[in-house]
Design a protein around this ligand. Sequence first.
Ligand code: 5GP
Length: 146
Amino acid sequence: MSLEGVYDEGNVFALILQGKIPSTRLYEDEHTYAFLDIQPQSKGHSLVISKWSKARNMLEIEDEALAQVMATVKKVAAATHKALDPDGIHIAQFNGAAAGQTVFHLHFHIVPRWAGGPAGFSAHAQGNFADPAALEALAEEIRAQF
Ligand code: 5GP
């Protein structure tokens, strides 16, 4: 999907927000939702989305929604740091299929990174699917740090 287009109400993150498909929750407030990625690039890879914005990408998002999402990104990064003690955390966001975007509801990736090379790290959209029970156990560790 290009940068131009319309928001698809049936996209996977819209369905997660509607409770139609399950997700492993890390944090939520009135405006935002954070959950673990099912195809993690590293242990603790999570995503943050707006609950109300219909923006598909950075070019469309309302300033207010962006500020809310970024505040949650900061909270989730801090909790992830406390829970997992990574050496670094990369935060990523893709706009349009040509840039690697696959789900067209704006989101930020929070990806813990450990020094010493790529062990346990996969490139964007190249990781294995995670075991849901393992994700839930990990989420419990991170949730305890908010
Ligand atoms: P994008 O490629 O659009 O930047 O990122 C989409 C992300 O959503 C990918 O990292 C992908 O693994 C993740 N993802 C896709 N479908 C689901 C899903 O049903 N549940 C969860 N938790 N993550 C998903």
